[in-house]
Write a protein that binds this ligand. Structure first.
Ligand SMILES: Nc1nc2c(ncn2[C@@H]2O[C@H](COP(=O)(O)OP(=O)(O)OP(=O)(O)O)[C@@H](O)[C@H]2O)c(=O)[nH]1
Ligand SMILES: [Mg+2]
Length: 511
């Protein structure tokens, strides 16, 4: 086979390559030019199920050159079992075969090793055994156990021009988001740059490092903290077969898992489709990796066009259904309005403790947990103040910085309800070091939602977790009330003030 490859290669004056499956079958033949060959996307070529691709590449070099950097990049990014170069002599016969394979732990900064060159006819060592041994090394070097299987195993990446502290906080939030979506976090990568590169979100060298990490840790997912445009997705997926998603998609995924009500589900689906639509134009399979669902890879534009039309149809239907559900909700609300109970609405950053507060105040047990976006669907309960005044207290979806616009748009209807509140209670997790920024995000969103005219009472929650309460008191003491939603006895002052403010608001309305 080597002789035949060399003969043809020499006749055509082009490099020739074969991709050989572990079973020995040739999966693909690649014809290059004199100086290089390009390996096409291997999405459809069967893989082995192990750490490595299950394919080895054997190709010819005509100018007597050694294994090149490009060859090593192929080895790395395609996770090839083995990469071999056969140098072709002037008479069209094979000189020797030069091979390289990946290494689990970097040795002297290199993640690959070279084998001793041999004449193709003199290969005495078993390729199969060698590959099995390398796979074994990789499996041992990672911590993955069989139990972990079946879940997403991700490396989180943030490429940013932000200040160090902000960048770290933002990455920490991404970790929380991933955790809330039950994704296993294997590693985080933070790269601060002076200037963002719009085309390549991350340099090739850094990407190579990440691919090595992914190999060692057996990751199957890369999550970027920055929103990726189609060309950026392509620039990464061209190099690797890992799934790549961004923060927006992660949030959408959490929402998709959490949505319980019909309205919530419709809203999330709408947001997902809207996010996907502009990304459908790219004519490669980045999208199928992006969505995992809709098969965007197809014979050219046709399939994408069909998908696009289908999505548009679906969007139109969703809009109609959402309107129906919205009308129903409006009627329900009208009933409530007739009873004329004042409304107190809890707002705040996600995970601030809104649902916990509602539970404590009303002896309920709606879902409250240490996950971002535990609450999606709005909940209302009745609450009786000490002086017998009765109000409706509502809890709704939490806010987050850079809330995806599509999502905000989709949830607009639910958030519109906040307009009927007589008092907004802004719950802040004061134990979070970034609580100031979180407050600013919430305030901005309240402003965007045109809720600026409703009185706001700020609650600094989770005070039980704060070590230096005096310091916090000095910082925010005159901006609101300090409470712990888990300790009912800390809520008295809040109840008194809330009642006073609602009373005032009602007086204002009557006049
Ligand atoms: N120690 C302490 N933990 C709290 C307090 N209030 C809430 N928590 C915890 O904080 C976590 C989040 O609380 P939730 O009530 O779910 O927060 P939320 O604002 O409703 O969050 P989302 O619905 O996810 O937006 C839970 O694990 C609560 O037990 C508090 O005062 N002290
Ligand atoms: Mg909640």
């Amino acid at each position: 086979m080597a002789r035949e490859l060399c003969r043809l290669s020499s006749e055509l004056n082009r490099q020739l390559g074969v991709l050989v499956h572990r079973s020995g079958k040739v999966e693909l033949i690649v014809v290059g030019d004199y100086g290089q060959i390009m390996i096409p996307q291997l999405g459809h070529v069967r893989a082995s199920g192990g750490r490595l691709r299950g394919l080895r590449l054997i190709h010819t070099h005509l100018a007597g050159e050694d294994i090149s950097d490009e060859d090593l990049m192929d080895l790395l990014f395609l996770r090839l079992d083995l990469l071999s170069v056969i140098k072709v002599e002037a008479d069209g016969l094979p000189e020797k075969m030069y091979s390289a394979h990946l290494l689990p732990g970097a040795q002297e900064g290199k993640n690959w090793a070279f084998l001793k060159p041999v004449h193709p006819a003199n290969q005495l060592d078993s390729c199969e055994e060698l590959i099995a041994a390398i796979e074994g090394e990789f499996a041992r070097s990672g911590k993955s156990s069989l139990v972990d299987r079946g879940e997403d195993r991700a490396i989180l990446i943030s490429v940013t021009t932000e200040q160090k502290r902000q960048a770290e906080e933002s990455l920490a939030e991404l970790v929380e988001l991933a955790r809330s979506d039950n994704i296993m976090i294997l590693d985080t990568v933070l790269q601060r740059k002076n200037r963002a590169n719009p085309r390549l979100i991350i340099g090739k060298g850094k990407l190579a490092d990440i691919m090595i990490r992914a190999l060692q840790l057996d990751a199957n997912l890369l999550i970027f903290n920055q929103e990726l445009n189609p060309s950026q997705i392509r620039s990464i997926t061209n190099f690797s077969d890992l799934r790549v998603i961004d923060r927006t998609q992660l949030i959408l995924d959490i929402f998709a898992h959490r949505a319980m009500s019909r309205e919530g589900k419709l809203q999330v689906e709408m947001a997902q489709l809207k996010y996907m639509l502009p990304r459908l134009s790219s004519r490669d399979d980045a999208l199928s990796r992006l969505t995992g669902g809709i098969g965007a890879r197809g014979p050219g534009e046709t399939k994408l066009e069909i998908d696009r039309r289908r999505i548009n149809d679906r969007l139109a239907r969703l809009t109609k259904e959402l309107k129906q559900v919205g009308d129903e909700r409006y009627r329900r609300r009208a009933k409530r309005r007739k009873k004329e109970l004042p409304v107190l609405s809890l707002v705040g950053y996600t995970n601030a403790g809104k649902s916990t507060l509602l539970n404590t105040l009303t002896n309920s047990d709606i879902i409250a947990e240490n996950k971002l976006f535990a609450t999606l669907d709005p909940t209302s309960r009745r609450l009786r103040f000490p002086t017998e005044m009765e109000v409706v207290i509502t809890d709704t979806v939490g806010f987050i910085r850079n809330l995806p616009a599509d999502l905000l748009q989709a949830f607009m209807a639910t958030l519109e309800e906040l307009k009927e509140a007589d008092l907004l209670v802004h719950v802040v997790d004061v134990s979070n070091p970034g609580f100031r920024e979180q407050m600013a995000v919430v305030e901005q969103l309240l402003h965007d939602l045109e809720l600026g005219t409703i009185p706001v009472l700020t609650l600094f929650n989770k005070i039980d977790l704060v070590e230096d309460r005096n310091l916090v008191y000095q910082l925010v003491g005159n901006e609101g009330i300090m409470v712990s939603a888990l300790q009912p006895e800390t809520l008295r002052e809040f109840l008194v003030q809330a009642e006073g403010l609602i009373g005032k608001a009602l007086d204002g309305k009557l006049r």
